[in-house]
Design a protein around this ligand. Structure first.
Ligand SMILES: N[C@@H](CCC(=O)N[C@@H](CS)C(=O)NCC(=O)O)C(=O)O
Length: 202
């Protein structure tokens, strides 16, 4: 299996870290959706990261769907079996995914679009949505000292930690760690795990 994309995509990183927790090996192929557009297009005309190229050549996209596939191969899941816990994890992972998506929208709006074509009301809206997601996550993690659904790490923990690291990496001038002390503690604990350390944000 090949996982295509840089770890500076939170979606790639959550797949890579999830694969490690699931004990699934992959070859990491670093291709940029922007700098390597043509090469990327030759392996996947969708030019989306993450792309997972399976051993038989079939390509999968979308981090959640790729993780679903990896879980089916591994025969275990990063979602709890218990219905109520599972809903908790899905809710939290969903919020974290919105945070990731909003930061990516900021990148498109402020780094891909020419400055004179940027639309401030849209930027304001995206930032409000991002703040909404981060405020919810801060309330959810509390003091950051516990995993979010029991003693085992789940997809909620992976997604929240990946989202927070990405937010700080891309928007350090807009989001400060001091405003979100719980997320900062939570992130430090997660980032210290071997599965996270093996997938540094590049
Ligand atoms: N919902 C998707 C989002 C993936 C995504 O938006 N990836 C971005 C990079 S972080 C991308 O491929 N952008 C290129 C494009 O959309 O054209 C997932 O979970 O994988």
């Amino acid at each position: 299996m090949q996982l295509v994309g840089y770890m500076d995509s939170p979606f790639v990183r959550r797949v890579a870290i999830s694969a490690r927790f699931l004990g699934q090996d992959y070859e990491h192929r670093e291709l940029s959706i922007f700098r390597d557009f043509e090469e990327f297009r030759s392996i996947n005309s969708l030019v989306k990261v993450p792309t997972l190229i399976c051993d038989d050549g079939v390509s999968l996209v979308d981090s959640t769907l790729i993780i679903d596939y990896l879980e089916s191969v591994a025969g275990r899941s990063l979602l709890p079996g218990d219905k109520a816990d599972r809903r908790t994890v899905l809710r939290i992972a969903g919020i974290a995914l919105v945070a990731m998506e909003k930061v990516v929208q900021m990148i498109y709006e402020t780094r891909q679009r020419p400055a004179d074509l940027q639309h401030q009301p849209w930027i304001d809206r995206v930032l409000q949505q991002l703040t909404g997601a981060l405020d919810l996550l801060e309330a959810i993690v509390g003091d950051g000292s516990k995993w979010l659904a029991g003693n085992e790490i789940t997809q909620a923990d992976i997604s929240v930690a990946v989202a927070w690291r990405f937010v700080l990496h891309v928007l350090p001038e807009r989001v400060s760690a001091e405003t979100y002390p719980g997320l900062s503690v939570f992130s430090s604990r997660a980032e210290a795990l071997p599965e996270f350390r093996a997938c540094p944000l590049s």
